[in-house]
Design a protein around this ligand. Structure first.
Ligand code: HEC
Length: 233
């Protein structure tokens, strides 16, 4: 739940490594925050539950729906040739026998309105025996989940580098090269990617450029320039 998600990172030793008690005492020392809590909840008393409710509301308000891609879906803009080809590659299925017509099958995982499918997968970043993070297996204790990570949304992907759970790729070119011919073998590699690993996706330089130009259409400049999300201080 978004509400839990708001308190988790504050306390996680790998993230802010803080205690809720300490955050509450810091917030309670600020007149600005006390006033804000009064405005939102009718009393200046700050609790972790109220903090989580407020942050949940804030996070739920951040919705990206005005990218060029969204405008394209509404027929209020057109894609150029490269963006169109990139879209076909993104959604097209992989076909090892017809590399000329084969798609890159990205939507196999990055699907739906937000380009994610609520699942976890091992997308071939490391070989068996070389994982630094066991990913979802740590939670499920199921070896099929080894090195599986949440299939992330690709909205605003061009402006949210670095990429992957450990930030190993700095550019979309590196990401596309990874899927094209950099997949590493492992027992838990997603079967769809295992299918493309042998031959690679055989993307040409033009294909890669097109795919990236399509990914750039997912950037929502209205969201990123909305003063609601600028620093309130
Ligand atoms: C088998 C499922 C699967 C397929 C197919 C797939 N991806 Fe991914 N993708 C993932 C997973 C899982 C992650 C997150 C990995 C991590 O966090 O380390 C990811 C991460 C990414 C990221 C980085 C997201 C971020 O915010 O760091 C990009 C960009 C991306 N994929 C693009 C693509 C493109 C382009 C294709 C097609 C060529 C593709 N993906 C195909 C599963 C997949």
């Amino acid at each position: 739940m978004v509400r839990d998600q708001s308190l988790g990172p504050i306390q996680d030793p790998l993230e802010m490594n803080e205690t809720l008690e300490n955050v509450i005492s810091k917030l309670s020392a600020s007149q600005t925050y006390k006033d804000q809590f009064t405005r939102a909840f009718g009393s200046a008393e700050i609790t972790s539950e109220k903090m989580s409710l407020a942050m949940e509301q804030f996070m739920n308000s951040i919705v990206s729906y005005q990218s060029k891609y969204d405008e394209f879906l509404k027929d209020s803009t057109v894609f150029n040739e490269s963006e169109k080809r990139g879209r076909d590659l993104f959604f097209g299925e992989y076909n090892q026998f017809f590399p000329e017509e084969s798609g890159a099958d990205c939507a196999h995982c990055h699907s739906g309105a937000n380009f994610e499918n609520d699942k976890y997968a091992n997308n071939g970043l490391d070989k068996d025996g070389e994982f630094k993070d066991d990913g979802r297996e740590k939670v499920t204790k199921d070896s099929r989940d080894k090195a599986a990570f949440k299939i992330t949304s690709l909205r605003n992907i061009a402006i949210t580098a670095p990429y992957m759970h450990d930030g190993r790729f700095q550019t979309l070119e590196e990401v596309v090269n990874h899927y094209n011919n950099g997949l590493k073998a492992s027992a838990s590699l997603d079967p769809a990617l295992e299918q493309t690993r042998g031959t690679g996706l055989r993307l040409t330089a033009q294909d890669k450029e097109d795919l990236i130009n399509f990914l750039k259409t997912l950037t929502d400049n209205n969201l990123t320039s909305d003063p609601k999300y600028a620093s309130p201080f």
